[in-house]
Design a protein around this ligand. Structure first.
Ligand code: F6P
Length: 558
């Protein structure tokens, strides 16, 4: 088993490559992207990379050859290769939970064994996949149906976080491949509105419910699970029909049985699959139901191909490594605090929220693997919206605000919905935004433009600084041929491994999430305090004041 997990490492900010990057950053103060493009007609060729049907253009980033060389040296000094190999080999790299991190085993199509504690997990993975195939195809064909013989028309996935965001994002992204006679619903919020509004359009006798929870203890999910079971039984369905209308996607067999879902309706996964990395596991069952198992396999294939790329390519051409290093460059050397994900594809509208969990729950850490405080910024805030909508909302700040916001622009060349010149307009906007962010507009260009419009000199002078842009705003363009299952699989795995590499460099454990626990504990404590009439004094004055005011408002409305 890998020794890397025990190897001492020097603090990141004392590594030779870090020091060289600090010096290089000073040199880069005079770096102007627009000038670089003018000087070097080959800049695109130098910094554009191809992977299957995906083109990743890094040339509009604040980099030159030397930058990437130094960043790759940093990755080597941080022993990214060894950590990567340890992850793929099943080492317990999630050190605070003593777990392997093997979402890659779920899409391992090589025939290689993957061992956890000396045991090959691949037979178990394949067995669950075979059951998923049969179940998904049974639901799609109508061979598996409701207790009155109705074909399922609605599938309600009850889950939250990783048990919701991944399958929801993928089902939305692959709508064009989905069975349109099956309505896919995702209920996550404990706010009953989420469930109630969903159930308004569902009929119990033709609704299939998937309870998705790694732990099968999550408050929101279990509350929604019991409420939907109540809705189902209240409709007159017999208790024994629960087995026919409910399935569980979980690691907790005992919890699933206690809920009343029989073993043959439980699709298992394992503690070495992190929640936010679980869409490839049984948690992906709604995806397989929606698009069919064969296409689900294409999604796995795409991810597998990216895994192989990540395992084999030298850092200088390794896309997840390069994206991670760029992020480190901006976060640690430019002080960037956020990173925008801007898909120019409405089908990818949920990608930013999916990546928020993937990235921020993974690298939102301020403690190193050994428990020492980090002395460098770690994971940035991830945010975004689909283009072109964002252009009319927040792009102003990306163009002219005081903060540097690196952004990923993602677009398919070919639309799944060709209609008139819509897609050409979408593409034109995609291209125009990255060009504008790179080039900016000088004061003299702004003045010339106003003069050409016949504007009075004094007015043009007054407006010139408002109408000029610095440019030099970094963007990465990710262009795919079309958003098919395989391409999407590769894209998601690209981001997963990017996040992994960042975590190795920052020396944080990207696979735990202790920070979310305190809120859960306090919510459990507060819940009974809301239920009686007594004034609450056990918290700070703000929390007490809020609890008591809420109780008062609720009393008044009864
Ligand atoms: O609270 C955070 C979290 O543990 C996530 O990491 C996870 O994806 C989500 O809750 C849901 O957990 P589960 O699948 O166990 O219900």
């Amino acid at each position: 088993m890998s020794e890397i997990t025990k190897a001492p490492i020097s603090p990141l900010n004392t590594l030779p490559a870090w020091n060289s990057l600090t010096t290089h950053r000073e040199v880069m103060r005079s770096f102007v992207l627009r000038e670089q493009f003018a000087l070097d007609p080959d800049r695109f060729d130098r910094f554009a990379f191809h992977f299957d049907d995906i083109l990743v253009d890094l040339s509009k980033n604040l980099i030159e050859n030397q930058t990437l060389a130094l960043l790759c040296a940093l990755a080597r000094e941080c022993r990214v290769e060894e950590w990567r190999d340890a992850m793929f080999a099943g080492a317990a790299i999630n050190n605070t939970e003593q777990r392997s991190v093997l979402h890659t085993a779920l899409r391992n199509r090589s025939g290689r064994p993957v061992k956890v504690h000396g045991r090959d997990v691949m037979p178990d993975v394949k067995a669950v996949q075979e059951r998923m195939r049969n179940f998904a195809e049974g639901v799609r064909s109508g061979a598996l149906n409701g207790y009155r013989g109705d074909k399922f028309t609605d599938v309600v996935n009850i889950g939250i976080g990783g048990s919701d965001l991944g399958p929801k994002m993928v089902c939305r992204a692959l709508t064009a491949y989905g069975d349109r006679s099956l309505n896919m619903h995702f209920v996550s919020n404990v706010d009953a509105t989420d469930l109630m509004e969903t159930l308004r359009v569902c009929k119990p006798e033709s609704t299939l419910v998937l309870i998705a929870s790694k732990t099968f203890t999550t408050q929101e999910t279990m509350t929604n699970a019991f409420s939907i079971r109540h809705w189902f039984l209240e409709s007159g369905a017999p208790e024994c029909a629960v087995a026919q209308h409910f399935a569980a996607l979980s690691t907790n067999t005992a919890g699933v049985e206690a809920f009343g879902i029989p073993a043959e309706r439980m699709f298992e996964f394992w503690d070495w699959v992190g929640g936010r990395y679980s869409l490839w596991s049984a948690i992906g069952l709604p995806i397989a139901i929606s698009i069919g198992y064969e296409r689900f396999e294409q999604l796995l294939e795409g991810a597998y191909r990216m895994d192989e790329h990540f395992r084999r390519e030298p850092f200088e051409r390794n896309l997840p490594v390069l994206l991670a290093l760029l992020s480190v460059w901006y976060v640690n050397f430019y002080g960037a605090e956020t990173h925008a994900v801007l898909p120019y594809d409405d089908y990818l509208s949920l990608l930013p929220s999916y990546l928020q969990q993937a990235d921020m729950e993974s690298n939102g850490k301020s403690v190193q693997k050994n428990g020492a405080d980090v002395k460098w910024p770690t994971g940035p805030v991830i945010w975004g919206e689909p283009g072109t909508n964002g252009q009319h909302a927040f792009y102003q700040l990306i163009h002219q605000g005081t903060r540097l916001i690196p952004a990923d622009f993602i677009v398919p060349s070919v639309s799944q919905n060709p209609l008139g010149d819509h897609h050409e307009k979408l593409l034109a906007n995609f291209l125009a935004q990255t060009e504008a962010l790179m080039k900016g507009k000088t004061r003299s260009e702004a003045l010339a433009e106003m003069h050409a419009q016949g504007m009075a000199e004094h007015l043009a002078e007054a407006l010139a600084s408002h109408r000029s842009f610095d440019g030099n705003r970094p963007t990465t363009s990710i262009v795919c041929r079309t958003l098919d299952p395989q391409t999407l699989g590769s894209l998601i795995a690209l981001y997963e491994h990017k996040i992994f590499v960042q975590g190795v460099i920052w020396n944080v454990n990207s696979f735990d999430q202790w920070g979310v626990e305190l809120g859960k504990q306090l919510a459990k404590q507060i819940l009974p305090e809301l239920e009686d009439d007594d004034p609450v004094e056990s918290h700070d004055s703000s929390t007490n004041g809020l609890i008591n005011a809420i109780k008062e408002m609720r009393r008044e409305s009864w």
